[in-house]
Design a protein around this ligand. Structure first.
Ligand code: ADP
Ligand code: ZN
Length: 432
């Protein structure tokens, strides 16, 4: 049954991979032209026909698709197959606005699960593992994607979904879960809870597959140390099926993109110009094999870099760096670009847990910028003078990183609401 494990594809020489992509791209462009009038019209407006696309080198001729297009075409306007041939709907978590719907044929589900299975294998997963899936199940793709991947690998798959931390830990202990799949912020919360309850010796996790939101290298080390595991990143988005578009191998130096299914480009977000390998810019994906929701040149708004350096794992798939966050996560405060991930880095380096919230407002035509940070229990029980001096230290560290001043407020441990799904880091009152 399982066909996910295809080392001959994952380690294919570049020229051969390019050949495979060329063949698949031509087929996919024709499929979209024939079946997705919305995109065909975009191509016609640009004066492009399938005949103009002879190889991946011609990709740049195709028009982009944006989230606005997806909302425009909501709900069924970008489907490549009739509803009667589709078997599943998922939707984005709506982090940045109205939800977007995505559709799958059984073939699409199979390929998606293969991609997730590759991620599980790359994290050391085998049929001997108990795969504890604490991503949300339902419309969100995290739960069902890793779940399907777990089945393909033959793991004993535990569909926990998110929430009910006591039950999560009970099952982890009783069933001997070995691989945990959830958002990094929830992993961190689970790690805290394990320590609080003194369960370290009773939990036997060896690896975690964490994604769906941006997380820093420092946060990785923190989770790894607290849980005693190796923490692997996984990336994806609903529009392209879900998690498993790319995944980390044991080298942990970026995520291999499943290039037999997706072509990645990096563009200048302002001009749309394609940038050379190694440049930082907006990630754009073309799906080569999806039938029901075949997006060409979809702008993710994720800011990131690609690298084709040789990887010690033997995989030849291009690697993407951890996304720095989305272009629309980026805050412009008093004219300066600020990414929440930069703040997280400072906090972790200074020994704070990555539980924080950024509050931006505008008072008298000036942006106000406040960072609320949870204290460690030790600092919390210290004198007020110590706490004030710790706040001052954070103000300077943030200034050094960001180039602008923030007001820092240290708050009691556990007083910032924890998310079971994606963390809410920014409250931008200027937008309300
Ligand atoms: P929404 O756009 O509503 O959050 P999705 O749940 O489909 O919907 O989220 C996809 C987005 O999540 C990606 O575009 C990216 O910004 C973010 N994301 C997913 N995985 C990762 C990861 N490993 N690292 C950083 N960001 C990620
Ligand atoms: Zn690798």
């Amino acid at each position: 049954m399982a066909n996910y494990y295809q080392p001959e594809i994952e380690t294919m020489p570049y020229e051969q991979l390019r050949q495979l992509q060329n063949e698949r791209l031509l087929k996919q462009v024709q499929h979209v032209w024939d079946n997705v009038p919305y995109y065909r019209q975009k191509m016609e407006e640009k004066g492009v026909t399938p005949a103009d696309i002879q190889s991946v080198d011609d990709l740049h001729k195709l028009p982009f698709l944006t989230k606005a297009d997806l909302r425009d075409a909501y709900p069924y306007g970008l489907m490549g197959k009739p509803k009667s041939e589709c078997v599943r709907i998922h939707s984005t978590s709506g982090t940045t606005g109205k939800r977007v719907m995505a559709f799958y044929t059984q073939h699409d589900i199979d390929l998606w699960e293969d991609c997730c299975a590759r991620a599980i294998v790359a994290a050391g997963g085998t049929k001997e593992d108990v795969l504890h899936v604490s991503y949300g199940y339902g419309l969100f793709t995290g739960g069902m994607g890793l779940h399907g991947g777990g089945h393909k690998v033959g793991c004993l798959t535990l569909p926990m979904s998110s929430g009910n931390t006591d039950r999560q830990l009970q099952f982890m202990e009783d069933l001997g879960s070995t691989i945990l799949c959830c958002t990094p912020s929830y992993a961190q919360y689970l790690a805290e809870s394990i320590h609080e309850r003194g369960l370290q010796d009773k939990i036997h996790l060896k690896a975690g597959i964490f994604g769906a939101e941006a997380w820093s290298e420092d946060m990785r080390r923190d989770i790894e140390n607290r849980l005693g595991i190796k923490a692997y990143d996984i990336f994806g988005l609903t529009e392209l099926s879900g998690p498993g578009v790319s995944f980390e191998c044991e080298e942990q130096t970026g995520m291999h993109i499943n290039e037999d299914h997706f072509i990645a480009e990096i563009i200048d977000p302002d001009t749309g110009e394609v940038l050379p390998l190694g440049s930082k810019g907006e990630l754009v994906f073309t799906s080569l094999t999806k039938e029901a929701f075949p997006l060409l040149r979809y702008r993710t708004r994720d800011i990131c870099m690609l690298s084709r350096e040789k990887c010690s794992c033997g995989r030849t798939f291009v690697k993407m760096a951890k996304p720095m966050g989305r272009s629309d996560d980026m805050l412009i405060i008093r004219g300066v670009n600020v990414f929440p991930s930069q703040i997280e880095t400072v906090l972790l380096q200074k020994g704070y847990p990555a539980n924080y919230q950024i509050i931006v407002d505008r008072v008298n035509n000036t942006d106000t910028f406040e960072v609320m940070v949870e204290m460690n229990p030790e600092l919390f029980s210290d004198s007020l003078a110590k706490i004030t001096s710790a706040e001052k230290e954070l103000v300077s560290a943030l200034k050094a990183m960001l180039g602008i001043s923030a007001k820092v407020k240290l708050v009691a441990p556990k007083s910032i609401t924890r998310s079971e799904g994606k963390a809410v880091r920014v409250i931008d009152k200027r937008k309300i």
